[in-house]
Design a protein around this ligand. Structure first.
Ligand code: NAD
Length: 264
């Protein structure tokens, strides 16, 4: 797959790329020649390490923007800055996400607001800011990181499911609007990936069942038919494919990369 994906000369912004899948995606795009703007939170040393990893994967054209995606004005500023730094923003990967697990009647309204702001509204603002220049150049790739929880409901994840079903709707609408403009817009729907988001959920299982982290991981993965975590590199490879010229007819899709969850 995508042996020919050459992203030299392209500029990519990957939100939430200080860790987890975003870092895997940023490295994969850099390895295909793209300049990368990284975004997200973290300790300075961890961000520095992630920047070094992305630099080492590519030609070293890597920028960092610490925009807090809960704030629309910061999202718009980040897109503008990324365009200035990289010369163009050809590839936008809306990857940043947060989670909160609670029954709907106990779900704190402020967590709902934050979750929708980061997982859904930020993607709207980033797309809104990035599309005009993509239209002018007649080429653009937008990839939104949804989830298997964007295709199936999950108990105690009302805000998460709402945001992920929502981002798939946003993806399809934008894909139709941009279909004749050389722009594609797709969603990816990963199953379980071991990351800053899934670790606390595994720790809850470990505590509840009185088992080790590894045993708790196996309990979690009982719901994923291939019984293993999806690796950030595997997510990166799918995003690289979606950014290739060969993928130009793939738009408006919600692509599962979930070890078989969605086959049920
Ligand atoms: P992660 O916690 O490692 O990464 C989340 C990233 O988002 C981090 O870089 C973090 O700093 C950033 N972020 C959070 N709040 C932010 C804010 N307000 N402003 C800017 N950046 C912010 O988790 P991950 O699993 O790599 O998550 C990446 C994406 O994948 C998310 O959209 C998540 O919903 C989705 N996803 C995760 C899984 C999983 O099993 N881990 C499965 C399917 C989909």
């Amino acid at each position: 797959m995508n042996a020919a994906a050459n992203l030299k000369g392209k500029g990519a912004l990957v939100t939430g790329s200080t860790s987890g899948m975003g870092l895997g995606i940023a490295k994969a795009l850099a390895a295909r020649g793209a300049a990368v703007t990284m975004n997200g939170f973290g300790e300075a040393a961890a961000i520095e390490r992630a920047l070094d990893e992305i630099k080492a994967a590519g030609d070293g054209r890597v920028f960092f923007d610490g925009a807090d995606l809960r704030h629309p004005s910061e999202v718009a500023r980040m897109v503008e800055q990324a365009e200035r730094n990289m010369g163009a923003l050809d590839i936008l990967v809306n990857n940043a996400g947060i989670q909160h697990v609670a029954r709907v009647e106990e779900f704190p309204p402020e967590r709902w607001d934050a979750l929708i702001a980061v997982n859904l509204t930020a993607a709207f603002h980033a797309i809104r800011a990035a599309v005009p220049a993509m239209r002018k150049r007649g080429w653009g790739r937008i990839v939104n990181n949804a989830s298997a929880s964007g295709l199936h409901g999950a108990p105690n994840k009302s805000a998460y499911c709402a945001s992920k079903f929502g981002i798939i709707g946003l993806t399809k609408a934008v894909a139709l609007e941009t279909a004749e403009a050389g722009i594609t817009c797709n969603a990816i729907c990963p199953g379980w990936v071991l990351s800053g988001m899934s670790r606390p959920q595994i720790e809850v299982i470990a505590q509840r069942e009185g088992v080790s982290f590894d045993q708790a991981s196996r309990i979690l993965l009982a719901g994923q038919p291939n019984r293993r975590f999806v690796a950030p590199d595997e997510i990166g490879a799918l995003v690289v494919y979606l950014c290739s010229d060969e993928a130009s007819p793939v738009t408006g899709a919600a692509l599962s990369i979930d070890g078989g969850i969605s086959a049920r």
